[in-house]
Write a protein of this length. Structure first.
Length: 250
């Protein structure tokens, strides 16, 4: 049973689905859900994470297929505006390319679609070796500036994810997970990089534009990887402007 609800708000208008990052669960979206009051918002746990940590990791494509099923089952008219951060952003890209029929618009941030290499990859590989250590997750909570009242949940969620599943997921992303070919998805597409996060995110912009020529990009000034927490007002305003008006920040 989920500790944080999957659906929020009235079943009116158009649904928004929020896809969380790899170190957390659906609870990370609480600041956005609060600010999106009055809208129908879906916050699933990605398969193998959060309350679904006992499930087998199916690969990024399989995770996208699972999200497509959730949208068809829970979203108004079986379609949703998709917002994804980090792993959730990568899954959002796979979702748009594999299941364009369920996607109204797609906004991804922190999605390193073309891989991660060099020092950043070596550091991440070292971190995976400490995946089941409490001190590691406490350090990560401080690094990502997780609010004090959410740090224990962050630590327990991280330690609860199967280490082998996490390793397979991250190595898919590290190796580059951009699907081949051009997508059949032609709706609004926005790719964002935080101004203070890894260059591997903005390096993926050309590949996204090649697959989905309508892709627009933005670098969020001063923002780190998890800027949904760093500046929840700006993050939510960016969602609303894009979903409601197809407006991208300048």
């Amino acid at each position: 049973m989920n500790r944080y609800p999957i659906e929020h708000g009235p079943r009116t208008g158009e649904s928004i689905i929020l896809l969380h990052g790899g170190n957390v669960g659906n609870w990370m979206w609480e600041p956005q859900v609060d600010r999106l009051a009055g809208r129908h918002v879906i916050t699933p746990d990605v398969v193998a994470f959060g309350a679904r940590s006992a499930e087998r990791w199916p690969g990024l494509g399989g995770a996208a297929d699972d999200i497509a099923d959730i949208i068809r089952e829970r979203a108004i008219d079986g379609r949703a505006h998709v917002v994804g951060l980090s792993m959730g952003g990568v899954i959002g890209v796979h979702l748009a390319m594999r299941h364009p029929d369920v996607v109204r618009s797609c906004m991804v941030t922190g999605a390193a679609m073309t891989g991660v290499g060099g020092f950043e990859r070596r550091l991440a590989e070292l971190q995976l070796r400490s995946w089941d250590r409490r001190w590691f997750w406490s350090m990560q909570a401080a690094k990502f500036r997780i609010p004090a009242d959410a740090r224990e949940l962050f630590v327990s969620d991280g330690m609860g994810v199967d280490k082998d599943a996490a390793t397979r997921m991250y190595r898919e992303i590290f190796d580059g997970s951009m699907p081949d070919g051009e997508s059949g998805y032609t709706g609004p597409m926005l790719a964002i990089a935080g101004g203070r996060e890894s260059r591997s995110v903005s390096a993926a912009f050309p590949a996204l534009a090649a697959a989905m020529p309508q892709t627009r990009t933005w670098t969020a000034p001063g923002m780190r990887h998890v800027w949904s927490i760093q500046d929840p007002d700006l993050f939510t305003t960016t969602i609303v402007d894009f979903v409601d008006h197809d407006v991208v920040p300048i």
